[in-house]
Design a protein around this ligand. Structure first.
Ligand code: NAP
Length: 259
């Protein structure tokens, strides 16, 4: 099926990595649903994509709310009659600290969006894909899901959970020709990561410049990734070229982690 006949739902797509994913898929001809908890910002992003010649519309969507995911998918089916690609990108960053000092609320805040929210959105998006006997589901995990990550336990747990769900969903959906993969970004200078650096600088008593340098020092290629780097991998996984790939988690991290 040509990309220009396909419809993609991208969560957390108003800004950052999600916005780059929406722009890249739209540039490939896919009609993109720019879903985000910030409906106004999502509208602006969808308008910018449309102004650039792409096809997009915005949807208010809170991944924590099961009904919100059901409503977004229902709206897509009403409007376009199909859903081909789901990109679970919405996420929040950690408030760093030793795990024994963190509250249950902090654990729940992160897990409710990064793990539970991904489950709920995928649950809503899967039935039309099963019916179509085709679909591409792409989760955004993280480099922290492939190693021990001190002082960010809830975030690390949520991203390890994403890889677990990737493998399990891939097994369950293979019989319908629906593939499920994950992308594991390294470090991208988005609002999320600016917040992490600010809080880590306080925790480690470093300047923000020194904290950024700590990240650069861990990257073999010596440079941060751009949102477009993640978007290009997502576009590949959504394309026909990736038809025989499922249950995998791909690093896009400049050589921060080699598993
Ligand atoms: P970002 O700039 O903060 O963008 C995240 C987007 O998700 C925002 O538009 C945010 O809206 C939205 N969002 C937050 N809570 C939501 C909810 N409950 N329902 C729907 N949308 C919600 O973050 P990013 O850096 O682009 O991160 C995107 C994904 O990449 C996340 O899953 C993140 O964990 C992952 N990642 C990022 C990095 C990195 O270095 N940046 C590295 C590895 C993995 P509001 O701002 O209005 O809350």
């Amino acid at each position: 099926m040509s990309l220009s006949d396909q419809v993609a739902l991208v969560t957390g797509a108003a800004r950052g990595i999600g916005r780059a994913i929406a722009e890249t898929l739209a540039a490939d001809g896919v009609e993109v649903v720019v879903a985000d908890i910030d409906a106004d910002e999502a509208e602006l992003t969808a308008k910018a994509i449309t102004a650039g010649g792409g096809r997009a519309f915005a949807a208010a969507h809170d991944v924590r709310d099961e009904q919100s995911s059901a409503d977004v998918v229902a709206r897509i089916l009403e409007r376009r009659g199909r859903l081909d690609i789901l990109v679970n990108n919405a996420g929040v960053g950690p408030r760093p600290g030793p795990f024994h000092t963190l509250t249950a609320d902090e654990y729940d805040r992160v897990m409710s969006i990064n793990a539970r929210g991904l489950f709920l959105t995928t649950k809503a998006a899967t039935p039309p894909m099963i019916e179509q006997r085709s679909g591409r589901i792409i989760h955004i995990s993280s480099v922290v899901a492939k190693r021990a990550s001190p002082n960010i336990l809830p975030y690390a747990a949520s991203k390890w959970a994403v890889i677990g769900m990737t493998q399990t969903m891939a097994r369950e959906l293979a019989q319908y020709d629906v593939t499920v993969n994950a992308v594991c970004p390294g470090v991208i200078r988005t609002q999320l990561h600016e917040g992490v650096v600010e809080k880590m600088s306080t925790l480690y008593d470093k300047t923000e410049d020194d904290t950024w340098q700590m990240f650069y020092d861990r990257i073999a290629l010596g440079r941060l990734q751009e949102p477009a780097d993640i978007a290009d991998m997502v576009a590949f996984l959504a394309s026909a070229k990736a038809r025989n790939i499922t249950g995998s988690a791909f690093n896009v991290n400049g050589g921060m982690e080699f598993n």
